[in-house]
Design a protein around this ligand. Structure first.
Ligand code: NI
Length: 171
């Protein structure tokens, strides 16, 4: 169901508008669409800070040889408890692991723990995608809940493609 659009005037410096139009052109679409996306992103950022029901995917690449890192990561995930819904672990090469942790809970808490995980020494790359404002299913219900898998709105798309996982070396 499309909502009614309201028109309003926007004043902007000429140079900023020129730069913005280049961005609009490169991503395709219109100025209005680009501005709506920016507005939505700002609204979501504010909701995330305030603390709202959220689902999130935390992605990290880390060097598992760094002292205590694996233990610290395990500790922090235990701290998350049943807010962790699923984890994928891929052994990228001799040194590096890729881990994706799917979480559900209050956005500010998920963001806080993610920040602590990403700040650990040995974590080479990572980020979190948080989605708020959708119909997030109740957690902890096991399989008693109905399977309303709303894939279209479950998580926001990643900003960039995740690193391609190489096959594990078998030696
Ligand atoms: Ni590994």
């Amino acid at each position: 169901m499309a909502e009614k659009l309201i028109r309003f005037g926007v004043a902007m410096e000429e140079e900023l508008l020129r730069d913005f139009d280049r961005v609009v052109e490169s991503r395709g679409g219109t100025r209005s669409e680009a501005l709506r996306d920016l507005a939505r992103a700002a609204v979501i950022r504010a909701q995330v800070r305030r603390g709202a029901d959220a689902v999130a995917a935390l992605t990290l690449v880390y060097d598992h040889h760094v002292r205590d890192l694996t233990e610290r990561l395990t500790e922090l995930q235990h701290e998350l408890g049943d807010r962790v819904r699923s984890t994928v672990h891929v052994h990228l090469d001799h040194d590096h692991c890729l881990e994706v942790v799917v979480m559900q809970g209050r956005s500010d808490e998920l963001q806080g723990i993610a920040d602590r995980i990403l700040a650990l020494r040995g974590v080479k790359h990572g980020g979190i995608e948080l989605y708020v404002g959708g119909s997030t299913p109740a957690r902890g219900a096991g399989h008693a809940h109905h399977h309303h898998h709303d894939h279209a709105t479950a998580v926001s798309p990643p900003r960039r493609a995740p690193p391609r996982a190489r096959k594990r070396k078998t030696s």
